[in-house]
Design a protein around this ligand. Structure first.
Ligand code: D5M
Ligand code: FE
Ligand code: ZN
Length: 493
């Protein structure tokens, strides 16, 4: 479709197109589908210009709440509606980690990953006939399809890329020819230990595959499920209580806003819908996490740090349910999946009936909406291994994890993986909301019907981040209305 035709489609609905939106439309896989999706947004919010911000839910960046009220209002929406929170304990290793840590458990861990992801891949028509490595090597067919785990990525002397694909029957080198520009571009996103599908030709010698197409497990395009009740979730992480850089006043403003004590009428109305708070890890700064951390600690005892955090949470309204998972600064096993923060370190959190202590990642269903909350440490490995990604845009890295249908694919990088019998880090069911933190930058985008949210932090830039040139965005909290699936980023700084 020509540019002018696209622009006219929107002018007919009385709206101008921002040039970046036009670009996005042109780049999308299915132009017609994208146009009709955007026209729905136009009908709903009737803007005069359709901007990228409007599409990605960032139009609602709010100024700091300024008006203060003390009068108690009528019951809020969040009070009116009963809780509907289901935490899927089946994929939570708290109290039931099953791996033995020996070679056999790694074998069963990776074969579980292979099985779960290959069954997702096999649902694509191009891969329905996928064969095992053994069959490919012994068969007579030239054009074949195959599903395998990437065990190695290397560049040949001629500049071709070689992916070593492994399945339970063997291993086969898959060549991406350097002159195949499009495919070369696509394989930039490939990382070690993910599971992919390939369609290709057997080489003349018959011992390697020349790739024609590759497939990520990816998400299907779909309409998100929504809540029938007007309730919302606040997504936070990386509070880092106990750090000298923890912004206590800012965090307390967030709590006071949730209590209905701050903000304009509209902002207080939104606060009144917030029935759930997900805390995606790094509640406290911890101790001995990095060299010379002592210099940046206000509270040097980890139990005290949790007590400080717990005291702030006690100020939340009673009807708010808090789901708490650990991050890499917390007192929990570091290998992923992580069990919940240990009770002996945070007894006050366990005593609070409104707080649910869960493992990382957490799979939850809130009013029918699937939420996956994961601290996000694998973003370090993803950002380091895929060209073009950076700490500035964690949501892009999160999108790539969605395409891989795995929260933490790379083994042997910075993230230690525990060899559980089942790979709980596979995204078996496409979630409506994927929530991560760790990167300390608030960012919201959407990808094929999944809302992708990085929740930012309440910690100012640390010395380490200054040296690494990481610019955090503290005090911005994404609030997702589960009925409309719209996101508002509230600013408390
Ligand atoms: O991590 C906060 C941010 O700092 C996050 O963007 C990752 C980055 N970070 C933390 N540690 C490292 C190391 N060792 N190398 C590179 N980047 C790092 P947090 O876990 O909250 O402290
Ligand atoms: Fe953090
Ligand atoms: Zn972290």
């Amino acid at each position: 479709m020509r540019d002018i035709e696209i622009v006219e489609r929107f002018l007919e609905s009385g709206v101008n197109l921002h040039p970046r939106v036009l670009d996005e439309i042109k780049k999308s896989e299915n132009v017609e589908e994208t146009i009709s999706r955007l026209l729905t947004i136009v009908r709903r919010s009737k803007p005069s210009v359709l901007t990228p911000e409007l599409i990605h839910g960032e139009e609602s960046h709010e100024e700091p709440p300024a008006v203060e009220v003390r009068r108690r209002r009528k019951r809020t929406e969040a009070e009116e509606h009963d809780s509907e929170l289901v935490i899927r304990r089946g994929s939570d290793v708290t109290g039931r980690s099953l791996g033995q840590g020996n070679i056999e458990s790694f074998v069963s861990y990776f074969s579980s990953r292979y099985e779960r992801l290959s069954s997702i891949l096999r649902s694509r028509k191009e891969l329905r006939e996928a064969q095992t490595v053994e069959r490919v090597l012994s068969g007579a067919q030239r054009e074949v399809s195959l599903i395998g785990m990437v065990s190695d990525i290397r560049t040949s002397r001629k500049g071709n890329l070689i992916l070593e694909l492994e399945d339970p029957t063997g291993s086969l080198p898959v060549i991406v020819l350097s002159e195949d520009r499009e495919l070369m571009q696509a394989v930039r996103e490939v990382t070690k230990d993910e599971v992919l599908g390939v369609v290709g030709f057997l080489s003349n010698g018959g011992n390697m595959l020349i790739a024609k197409e590759i497939f990520f497990p990816d998400l299907p395009h779909r309409e998100p499920r929504r809540s029938e009740s007007p309730v919302a979730v606040a997504l936070i992480s990386d509070v880092h209580a106990g750090s000298t850089k923890f912004m206590r006043e800012v965090f307390l403003r967030f709590i006071r806003w949730l209590r209905g004590e701050l903000g304009t009428r509209r902002q207080r109305e939104l606060a009144g819908r917030v029935k759930y708070v997900f805390v995606g890890g790094d509640l406290v700064d911890g101790v001995g996490i990095y060299p010379e951390q002592k210099e940046e600690l206000l509270v040097k005892d980890i139990q005290e740090q949790y007590a400080l955090f717990a005291r702030m949470l006690e100020k939340l309204p009673e009807h708010v349910e808090v789901v708490v998972l650990p991050g890499n600064h917390d007192a929990a096993r570091q290998a992923e999946p992580q069990p919940a923060i240990e009770e002996e370190f945070a007894p006050e959190l366990y005593e609070n009936p409104g707080v649910h202590m869960v493992g990382n990642p957490c799979f939850a269903r809130v009013h029918g909406v699937e939420v996956v909350s994961y601290h996000g440490r694998s973003l370090d490995d993803i950002i380091a291994s895929i060209p073009g990604l950076s700490y500035t845009s964690p949501a892009r890295a999160m999108q790539i994890l969605l395409r891989k249908r795995h929260l933490s694919p790379i083994y042997g990088g910075r993230v230690p993986l525990a060899p559980e019998l089942v790979d709980h880090l596979v995204l078996e069911e496409p979630p409506e909301i994927l929530h991560m933190g760790h990167v300390h930058r608030t960012e919201v985008t959407s990808y094929r019907g999944t809302l992708v949210v990085n929740s930012g932090t309440f910690q100012e830039q640390t010395e380490f981040q200054r040296r690494m040139n990481i610019q955090p965005t503290p005090g911005r909290v994404p609030i997702v209305d589960l009925q409309s699936m719209r996101t508002t980023i509230m600013r408390f700084v």
